[in-house]
Write a new protein. Structure first.
Length: 251
């Protein structure tokens, strides 16, 4: 473990189902907190340990970090510890989890501002949570902002239709209700929309939609040569995002 930090396993329950997470804190009193929301088939560490490295960067900047496995995120290819298979996932259930996770972050860091980074489907979740006034700053990574524009091109949609969820109609109806573009204009907090230039799952023009809709201070950053999960640009996307959050959460 990185010198100068400590990490604790945390368990919450939503509708009788277990959520397992990690809370990472620096030595001394954290000056802010960052919550990380994973993607559709991901989990709290994310692809290539992306969220582990992000948590460590937060600590370097004297911020605490909270990351959980959503309910209904378990697959045979990830290490989710929370209850529920991805086949039963509905975006509204993840949004319910996210609100509980943010509340836990505020309970643990009562004197701190709380921001979030949401990756892919976690970005959809984070936008919905932020639009309810529950966050002080928001960063999205490769987030689907308007599902209506993704239906014909997204590999996520193809994945869902191939049997990734049990009830395609229930999922489709739910994601339509939770479509971020419907609430993006309610965002009056600082927003940073990050996209990968070569993302073939959620094209970078989705970040532009969020940038145009948000009403507060906002920025957009397209990572050159990057794929959906920034496989070769982790340091860049983490560095930019955490520095940006530090600016708004520690002021």
């Amino acid at each position: 473990m990185q010198r100068g930090l400590s990490e604790e396993t945390v368990i919450l329950y939503n509708k009788g189902m277990k959520l397992v997470g990690r809370v990472t804190v620096p030595q001394g009193e954290p000056s802010a907190c960052v919550v990380l929301f994973h993607g559709f088939s991901g989990y709290k560490d994310e692809s290539g340990q992306l969220f582990v490295h992000a948590a460590r960067k937060a600590v370097e900047l004297s911020m605490g970090c909270v990351r959980f496995d959503f309910r209904y995120s378990k697959t045979d290819k990830n290490a989710s510890e929370s209850d529920g298979s991805l086949k039963g996932m509905l975006p509204s259930e993840w949004i319910s989890d996210a609100k509980m996770i943010v509340a836990e972050a505020r309970r643990r860091f009562p004197d701190s501002k709380v921001g979030a980074i949401g990756l892919s489907m976690g970005g959809l979740v984070a936008i919905n949570v932020a639009a309810q006034g529950l966050l002080d700053a928001l960063v999205t990574w490769s987030a689907p902002v308007d599902q209506g524009r993704l239906v014909s091109i997204s590999r996520i949609v193809d994945f869902i239709r191939s049997g990734a969820v049990n009830d395609v109609k229930a999922f489709s109806d739910d994601i339509s209700r939770c479509n971020p573009i419907k609430v993006a204009s309610k965002l009056v907090i600082p927003v940073l929309a990050v996209a990968g230039e070569l993302d073939d799952t959620v094209p970078p023009d989705q970040a532009r939609l969020l940038f145009e809709a948000a009403q507060g201070g906002k920025s957009i950053y397209v990572v050159g040569g990057a794929d959906h999960v920034f496989s070769k640009q982790q340091a860049e996307v983490i560095g930019i995002s955490m520095a940006w959050l530090s600016r708004f959460l520690q002021s």
